[in-house]
Design a protein around this ligand. Structure first.
Ligand SMILES: Nc1ncnc2c1ncn2[C@@H]1O[C@H](COP(=O)(O)OP(=O)(O)OP(=O)(O)O)[C@@H](O)[C@H]1O
Length: 261
């Protein structure tokens, strides 16, 4: 019996014949692809190819002019499980005077209505601490986000995306403007999450060294100007592992032992 297909190779993103235009300008034309649970997908394309537009459609910020997106098997219009998805948009030019602290930024990633009213339970603060710890930025919790370096801010935005312990992470050029060393540790973290935490990744990147190093030399598929590099966490026939979900704390302890080693 191949329980695996059911257990961990479901389609969690299905993009079905999607087209999109800004005003009259066609950016995406009849794009189809799918992302299976626990895959790592690198979405590559030239500047202006429509990568960010594609991600914004997938997270429901833009509506396709034609075609359909399904998330975890449900049409996006009916999808309610947004806490299962973490999204880190392209590096935004954060106003250094933006008054929120790191902790507030991370807490604002919590799913549900409470976040809008700033009402947080003890459990919320524990989740926040876990996410900060996992990203190694707990010491910065009370700093203003605008005071942090680009690399530190990216870790905070990743912590914000992780606070709900999502099963799918969507990252839009997460390492732009970050020095090489910080990039490496960032990629180490996300590879770890892919390999040990059953997370699925869809990542836009121009870093071909990382993409080819982790996802293979050649794209597995293409749609228009978009190329998809894909790494499966494991083959379907090897789906014997179940319930591998670890807490984010575990990731932190792995990171620490790496630092010490
Ligand atoms: N809000 C907008 N209004 C009009 N045109 C837009 C808008 N956003 C993006 N575009 C245009 O749509 C095209 C695709 O943009 P998009 O940001 O999706 O590309 P990209 O592949 O992510 O590019 P990059 O690698 O430069 O980030 C570009 O030509 C861009 O100028």
């Amino acid at each position: 019996m191949n329980r695996g297909t059911e257990a961990c190779h479901r389609d969690i993103i299905t993009v079905d014949s999607v087209s999109f235009s800004y005003q009259q300008r066609v950016v995406l034309n009849d794009v189809s692809f799918n992302v299976k649970e626990r895959d790592f997908i690198g979405l590559i394309g030239t500047n202006g190819a429509g990568k960010t537009t594609m991600l914004r459609i997938i997270v429901g910020l833009l509506r396709p002019t034609a075609g359909e997106v399904r998330l975890f098997g449900e049409p996006i219009s009916q999808f309610k499980g947004w806490e299962r998805i973490g999204y880190v948009p392209q590096k935004n030019n954060l106003n250094p005077l933006f008054p929120a602290t790191v902790k507030e930024v991370v807490l604002s990633g919590l799913a549900g209505k409470r976040k809008w009213f700033g009402l947080h339970s003890r459990q919320d603060y524990i989740k926040c601490d876990d996410a900060l710890m996992a990203m190694g930025v707990e010491d910065l919790a009370d700093k203003r986000i605008g005071q942090l370096s680009g690399g530190q801010q990216q870790r905070v935005f990743l912590a914000r995306a992780l606070i709900n312990n999502p099963s799918l992470l969507i990252l839009d050029e997460p390492t732009v403007g970050i020095d090489h060393e910080t990039q490496e540790s960032f990629f180490h973290m996300i590879k770890h999450m892919h390999q040990h935490h059953n997370m699925t990744f869809l990542m836009v990147s121009h870093d071909m060294e990382m993409i080819k190093g982790y996802l293979g030399e050649q794209p597995k598929s293409a749609a228009g100007k978009l190329n998809f590099y894909i790494r499966h966490s494991h083959e379907t026939q090897d789906c014997v592992e179940e319930n591998l979900a670890h807490s984010l704390k575990h990731l932190r302890s792995q990171m620490e032992s790496r630092k010490e080693g």
